[in-house]
Design a binder for this molecule. Sequence first.
Ligand SMILES: [Ca+2]
Length: 198
Amino acid sequence: MFIYLSIHPSIHPSSQPAILSVCLPVCLSVCLSVCLSTYLPACLPVCLSACLTVVCSFFLYIFKFLYFLGCNETLTGFNGTFHSPNYPRKYPDGQYCSWRIAVSPTQQVHLTFTNFSLQSDNNTDGLYVYDGENSTGEVLGVFYGGHPPPKEGIYSSSNHMFLIFKSDRSGSYTGFSALYSAVDYSGKISVFLRGHYL
Ligand SMILES: [Ca+2]
């Protein structure tokens, strides 16, 4: 349970003590009432372990649901802007946010960045761009501080683009500010090959 709490990417670290402060007293109360009548020495640790796993997981599920509600956005305008959490201040650790862009069916999405400042190493903080409505689409790029998006921008092949921003447990920067617009379909698509966009 503690390992799960500390590694789950969607949970902000500051929330972990709060979750524990709720589920621990609940489990102590339940297990004490159950074990006091059993006379089995192993009852309390076994009960606590099982209870914490179940109860804390339940609170985590509720927390995740509320957390993702505030961090997911669908953009349907002809054009628009969006940015990382807290921008232009530093984004918090432990973020997992998404943006779904949907424009007119006869158009495609052109995405550019007015600012991009993420942690420099791969597999720390990153922005994942998908060609489609969700993360099952083809990956158009994985961008981080050491590998920023191309200045000319990124094109989807259809009228949908999907983005996920993740930050890990330490090291935060100012993040990104992005601008998208619907452009008439030209067949242009961003293809990443051997370190260069074609
Ligand atoms: Ca980080």
